[in-house]
Design a protein around this ligand. Structure first.
Ligand code: PGA
Length: 253
């Protein structure tokens, strides 16, 4: 794991956008995340598109996950969110932005179709990830198999409570979601995980310095050989060896 610590979430956003830019120029398959964490990165990518002419026209994109049991056009569906946060503001073809169905009658079939679409696209070249306060990646909640594939999953109470801020009340948060599996995510060629804010500090520590465990799904990234972890100071505050990570980072700068 390569670990980069910057002062603020906006600095992390610029840093992540600079890492993603060469992939965009090659017309890569992008793995996109939703939630609050990637917003500064998406803002920086939109700026590059508007001010520097960065074109996404040759890219395609796959979302990590989607709530299950809400309308695709609900403002909090991830289908809507990624369009609002990023893809409506860049020149990617809307049909090239793929996501899991929020209402598939046969979730197992939907999962299999999604996996084969990803495969046909040549796999994800660069995957952007956030991390849940409980260590989840995408919606792979604690105890998810480390080799799990795309599937329907029940959300944990912690995740429902954390995501209630996007809805009028906690009761409105869907209880289930479709998610890429951990095994699916680990097939991305490069992974960029971003964590910002003190609420993520404990999960970040478990991911980087804890044991490989399905109890912290993000610890599965220890098994991948091209992972960059981008942290602000608050998210890095629980790390035991923080001075070492900063030294290595400074050495390569
Ligand atoms: P957040 O969610 O970016 O909204 O904090 C991250 C996640 O749950 O993966």
């Amino acid at each position: 794991m390569e670990i980069f610590i910057r002062r603020t979430a906006n600095e992390i956003g610029d840093f992540a956008a600079n890492m993603i830019e060469p992939f965009v120029k090659q017309g890569a398959t992008l793995g996109l995340a939703t939630g609050s964490t990637p917003s500064p990165t998406y803002q920086a990518l939109i700026r590059k598109h508007r001010e520097e002419g960065l074109s996404f026209a040759d890219c395609d994109a796959f979302l990590l996950d989607e709530y299950y049991g809400i309308d695709q056009h609900h403002e909090q569906s991830y289908w809507s969110t990624i369009r609002r946060e990023l893809t409506a503001s860049i020149d990617i073809d809307d049909a090239a932005v793929h996501s899991l169905s929020s209402s598939a009658a046969d979730p197992e079939q939907e999962a299999a179709t999604y996996e084969s679409m990803m495969k046909d696209a040549g796999g994800v070249d660069i995957q952007l990830l956030g991390i849940g306060a409980n260590g989840h990646i995408a919606f792979n909640e604690p105890t998810s198999s480390l080799s799990s594939r795309t599937r329907l999953i029940d959300l944990r109470p912690r995740t429902i409570a954390d995501n209630a801020r996007f809805f009028d009340s906690e009761d409105e948060v869907p209880r289930q979601a479709m998610t890429q599996g951990i095994g699916t995510i680990l097939e991305a060629k490069k992974i960029l995980l971003i964590a910002t804010g003190a609420a993520k500090a404990e999960a970040v520590q478990a991911m980087i310095e804890g044991p490989l465990s399905s109890f912290c799904p993000a610890s599965s990234l220890q098994m991948h050989n091209d992972v960059c972890i981008l942290l602000d100071e608050a998210a890095a505050s629980g790390l035991g060896d923080v001075e070492f990570y900063k030294e290595i980072d400074a050495y390569w700068r």
